[in-house]
Design a protein around this ligand. Sequence first.
Ligand SMILES: NC(=O)c1ccc[n+]([C@@H]2O[C@H](COP(=O)([O-])OP(=O)(O)OC[C@H]3O[C@@H](n4cnc5c(N)ncnc54)[C@H](O)[C@@H]3O)[C@@H](O)[C@H]2O)c1
Length: 345
Amino acid sequence: MKIGVIGCGMISDWYFKAARRFKQMDIICCGDLNEKAAAKQGAEYNIPVKSVEDIYTDSEVELILNLTPQQAHYAVSKRALECGKHVYSEKPLCGTMEEAKELMALAKSKNLQIAAAPDTFLGGGPQTVRKLIEDNWIGKVFAGTAMFTSRGPETWPHAAAFYKKGAGPMLDYAPYFITQLVNVLGPAVAVTASVTKGTESRVGGPETVPHIFPVEVPTFQSGIIEFAGGAQITVIASYDVWRGTHPYIELYGTKGSINMHNPNFFGGFVKVFRPGYESWQEVPSAFDYNTDARSIGVADMIEGILTGRKTRVSGELSMHVLEIMISFEKSSKEGRKIMLETTCE
Ligand SMILES: NC(=O)c1ccc[n+]([C@@H]2O[C@H](COP(=O)([O-])OP(=O)(O)OC[C@H]3O[C@@H](n4cnc5c(N)ncnc54)[C@H](O)[C@@H]3O)[C@@H](O)[C@H]2O)c1
């Protein structure tokens, strides 16, 4: 399928490189509001550069890959759908449920598909965890933890964007964790949470010239997600912590436990413990795609569009993950458990 890339920043390298692995993907042009960024990536990957407006209206382009910053996702995806293009966006799908519902309705009315990253849950590591659970290695999962504690990307050149509304640890980094939880546990039904922030501003550096930027979102969010299947997962998502030692994801079942790698990656360690074991046992990956496959979700989406089969990375999944993430702040503000409206298969 012919693809136009909008947004030629830091993450675009990963897509331009990984897309070569997937025959479904034919990137025919790229563009960016920053013409220099587009020219650089066009030259590096030998892809024709066009203005952003020309990509939206190019009759050859069938799918737009939206690699713009979080705060631009909604507007870029909306314009792409209005122009009759399928959309695959970087995460999150958008910033609010109102925007998500509007994008989903627009896509449906035009018989188009829209979905958002992450697609790391399709990697060998996350899929091995799913297989272990489906094959009943740890029995029924009743609880677990999903935690990442760091300072976030405060040293990156464009750090400030990651601490603005629409990003932060929940909307920027938790998508990897929450999507993996939904991948292995199925849809969630409720969220109870409390959120705060360590500081009102940050000092960017040392990769950048030290500068102060405001923190607009809660950068320490903790809560419990209840899943329809009965599991309760305790979550911490933070960009405030200098150092922490919590495991990324642990799942506790009636017959054992699973401990897995950071779900931001396609592969890594997967460990199981069952009664009788002396310690955790590492399980080899049961699947392909254990490294650098960012864009496998685009390939999956295209395959679904062309064959009519349900896609694994879908708008339904992206919207459900978004609602789970947004519900942390909502629960904290309103002082109550949030019952979720969305679900996914
Ligand atoms: N950088 C990473 O390592 C990384 C990893 C995973 C996911 N992501 C996600 O990828 C997305 C992009 O992040 P990034 O780090 O590449 O950001 P970036 O700022 O490096 O690149 C984004 C590019 O989009 C362009 N842009 C902004 N608004 C636009 C618009 N309306 N139309 C066209 N172009 C526009 C900017 O000029 C910029 O060149 C974000 O959603 C981020 O969460 C980034």
